[in-house]
Design a protein around this ligand. Structure first.
Ligand code: GTP
Length: 254
């Protein structure tokens, strides 16, 4: 763990902007001459992912063929593809280890639970963590976070992912060219404002909303947060800075 290398697992709900964020990170790091490497672990992409990965699960596992030949549904086939790939991940890890880069960005399947709740996701994250610091970059759709209930649910999910994978997390509020992340930042920094917004938005389970806002505060008030647009690149520098900061403190915590 002597080098500066850090693996960044990009996780988030379906449609939260993971792949577009990967694409944005690729062009940002290339423009700013930050050495980086890109891995795609989403087997279900219809064609080559837009960010053109250096290593692509689709080159090893044919998800569409698997679905046809086994008659599995989409989620079963994604899970099986990831399981098959996990058995070969040591080879992938050797390649990653041999690259003299600062950042290894890894895109994950659209449905977050395929990675976070599967044995193969655990295995891949564990293999990476045995070799280099690993940080979760958790993509949150800012547009969908306008509702305090959706925001709080997503934050709970982020906490659960962090708890499950036992890795440090950087929260990236995406699509900020469409909606500014100010409201989300305010809710993160002030649990009372979030508690009030939750009460207004959803009067049922009122006391649960209040306790949840304060419970979340104890977990996420110290989490690094950035707002970013993959379209305009605004905030990309902040994402990189937050990843670097998490990398620096990684060895103190893990
Ligand atoms: P799945 O892996 O398919 O679940 O989605 P994902 O999390 O990889 O999200 P994806 O990058 O496919 O983005 C989902 C939608 O949001 C697409 O229509 C993107 O074009 C759009 N999108 C993503 N990032 C941004 C952004 O920064 N700005 C804008 N305006 N749209 C974005």
């Amino acid at each position: 763990m002597g080098s500066n290398k850090v693996a960044v697992l990009v996780l988030g709900m379906a449609g939260s902007g993971k792949s577009t964020l990967m694409q944005g990170l690729k062009s940002y790091t290339s423009r700013h001459k930050l050495s980086s490497y890109f891995v795609n672990l989403d087997p279900a992409v219809r064609k080559t992912p837009a960010f053109e990965p250096n290593i692509d699960i689709c080159d090893t596992v044919d998800y569409h063929e698997l679905m046809k030949s086994t008659k599995m549904g989409p989620n079963g086939a994604i899970m099986t593809s990831l399981n098959l790939y996990a058995t070969k991940f040591n080879e992938v890890l050797s390649i990653i280890e041999s690259k003299d880069v600062e950042f290894v960005f890894i895109d994950t399947p659209g449905q977050i639970e395929v990675f976070t709740w599967s044995a193969s996701g655990q295995l891949i994250a564990g293999a990476l963590a045995s070799s280099m610091p690993v940080i979760i970059l958790y993509a949150i759709d800012t547009v969908r976070s306008a509702s305090p209930v959706t925001f709080a649910s997503n934050m709970l999910y982020a906490c659960s992912v962090m708890y499950r994978l036992r890795l440090p997390i950087v929260l990236a509020f995406t699509k900020t060219d469409l909606v500014a992340a100010d409201k989300a930042f305010e809710w993160i920094s002030d649990p009372q404002v979030l508690a009030d917004a939750l009460q207004d938005d959803s009067r049922y389970l009122g006391s649960m909303s209040t306790s949840m806002a304060f419970m979340l505060e104890s977990v996420y008030s110290n989490l690094p947060v950035a707002g970013v647009s993959a379209v305009t690149s605004l905030g990309m520098d902040d994402v990189i800075e937050k990843i670097r900061e998490a990398r620096v403190t990684y060895n103190d915590v893990f």
